[in-house]
Design a protein around this ligand. Structure first.
Ligand code: ASP
Ligand code: MG
Length: 459
């Protein structure tokens, strides 16, 4: 058996994670995918932005020293042999040197492109992979560290949200299989990052290590993917908002995808695409509670009669409302979505009034101003564009909703009884998902009300 997996870690728990890998490595062929240490990706993004705005060699020195401390401490803790320790420190020194030079470059240029931002954030994963691999070697497990590019994750040049190119699976297979089958070694691959065909480093979007793991799993026909998180698995709702939320032992790909699209932060929204076609189960496990079963995401699951299975909440989003499209509705729609796509604005949800006069589109609040400005250029005597900020999106997800009458009725009656005003509603014919927008002051409350209405919580 073989599987890929993402490991969550901070300085102290690398050894814990490598010991877990060792435990499974005897009887399985394993590919490990790692993401940056906690907080490092954010810190790198922040440093890159700072350098492009207020250049300061002193700041760069300090920042790099801070990163070094964090990673050298991790080496100290996780690598149990002087010899191996020295080797990995040599590798890290070169990386820190490179990082310092790139940050200096950015501050000289006074400009940060998406391409250089990807290059800088890649250091989080590029620093941790050699440490993780060295820790495995020091435990007696043969291992080799690879970047996403080395592993064959070749992507387009959509920096910040890159996608693998067609044919990528064969490339990955040709690079990874010899390592696990012939060399019998454990590859430790940097999650989150890939490479474009010109060799430049790209990233797959925040939380992209999950996606890296499932891409590799699909390429090598893995038996399972294990995603190690800091929570037990997928819950009926985020326990941060709904304290009596329960763990869901089994969920289908479609249900899990709907949830991650609508803000459940547990999975990268694209992470299930590569494994769905091959029906490779994805197990979400808690690093700190490895004996718990976690949640299994797979194709065919038994429906135990639950209609609504889980809820997600996007706390703040914006609605862009296009009004008065009238007779040219289809043309206007295509123009609107083309413009949004061209500007890489992610559309979360859409609704249209049956009079065909009105189109409402939900976007991330961070994209809202841009989307609004772009669409405003379409305004004419007939048509007007308006932006509504501070809405929350609640999504109810469950394959059992399809064909079950009265689910929408129950949702909106419960909200009505609690005097919550619904601003926008959407349900597609898949009937897997009913989503609605409310004022963001009502978001968490709406989530709790629906959670109670369908008795999703533990009593
Ligand atoms: N380190 C990256 C991030 O923080 C990728 C990941 O965590 O999966 O987004
Ligand atoms: Mg991360």
């Amino acid at each position: 058996m073989k599987f890929g997996g993402t490991s969550v870690k901070d300085g102290k728990n690398i050894l814990y994670c490598t010991s877990l890998v060792k435990k499974y490595a005897n009887e399985n062929e394993i590919v490990v995918v790692v993401s940056a240490m906690a907080g490092v990706t954010d810190a790198l993004i922040n440093a890159a932005q700072k350098c492009s705005k207020e250049p300061s060699a002193g700041y760069i020195k300090m920042f790099t020293a801070d990163m070094m401390k964090k990673h050298y401490e991790a080496v100290e803790y996780a690598v149990k042999s002087e010899d191996i320790k020295n080797k990995v420190i040599y590798t890290l020194e070169k990386l820190f040197d490179e990082l310092e030079r790139v940050l200096l470059g950015i501050s000289y240029l006074g400009e940060l492109t998406k391409r250089s931002e990807d290059y800088i954030v890649s250091f989080g994963e590029r620093l941790i992979a050699p440490i993780f691999s060295a820790s495995l070697i020091s435990l007696g497990v043969d291992s080799v560290a690879l970047t996403g590019g080395d592993a064959g994750i070749i992507t387009d040049k959509n920096y910040g949200r890159a996608k693998p190119i067609p044919g990528v699976y064969n490339i990955i297979k040709s690079r990874i299989e010899p390592l696990i089958k012939i060399k019998k070694t454990v590859p430790v691959v940097t999650g989150f990052i890939g490479a474009a065909d010109d060799g430049s480093i790209t990233t797959l979007g925040r939380g992209g290590s999950d996606y890296s793991a499932t891409i590799i799993a699909a390429a090598i026909d893995a038996d399972e993917v294990w995603l190690w998180k800091e929570v037990d698995g997928i819950m009926t709702a985020d326990p941060k908002y709904v304290p009596n939320a329960r763990l869901i032992p089994e969920i289908s790909y479609f249900e899990a995808m709907e949830l991650s699209h609508f803000g459940a932060k547990i999975l990268h929204p694209r992470a299930l695409e590569p494994v769905m076609k091959k029906d490779i189960p994805v197990r979400i496990k808690n690093t700190f509670n490895p004996d718990s079963q976690g949640t299994v995401v797979r194709d065919k699951i038994e429906n135990k009669g639950d209609v609504v299975k889980a809820l997600s909440l996007i706390e703040v989003a914006s609605i862009i409302n296009v009004r008065g499209a009238g007779l040219d509705f289809a043309e206007t729609m295509s123009e609107v979505f083309r413009m949004l796509a061209e500007n890489k604005i992610n559309v979360i949800m859409v609704a249209q009034s049956s009079s065909e006069l009105n189109l409402s589109i939900v976007v991330d609040q961070k994209d809202a101003e841009k989307a609004y400005k772009i669409l405003k250029s379409l305004e004419n005597g007939m048509m007007s564009v308006r932006k509504i900020d501070n809405v929350s999106i609640v999504s109810a997800v469950g394959a059992g909703m399809a064909g079950t009458p009265g689910v929408a009725g129950r949702i909106f009656s419960a909200l009505g009884r609690n005097k919550i005003n619904v601003v926008m509603i959407s349900q597609s014919c898949s009937e897997y998902n009913i989503s609605f927008a409310v004022d963001s002051k009502d978001g968490v409350n709406a989530l709790k009300i629906i959670h109670d209405e369908f008795k999703l919580g533990s009593s």
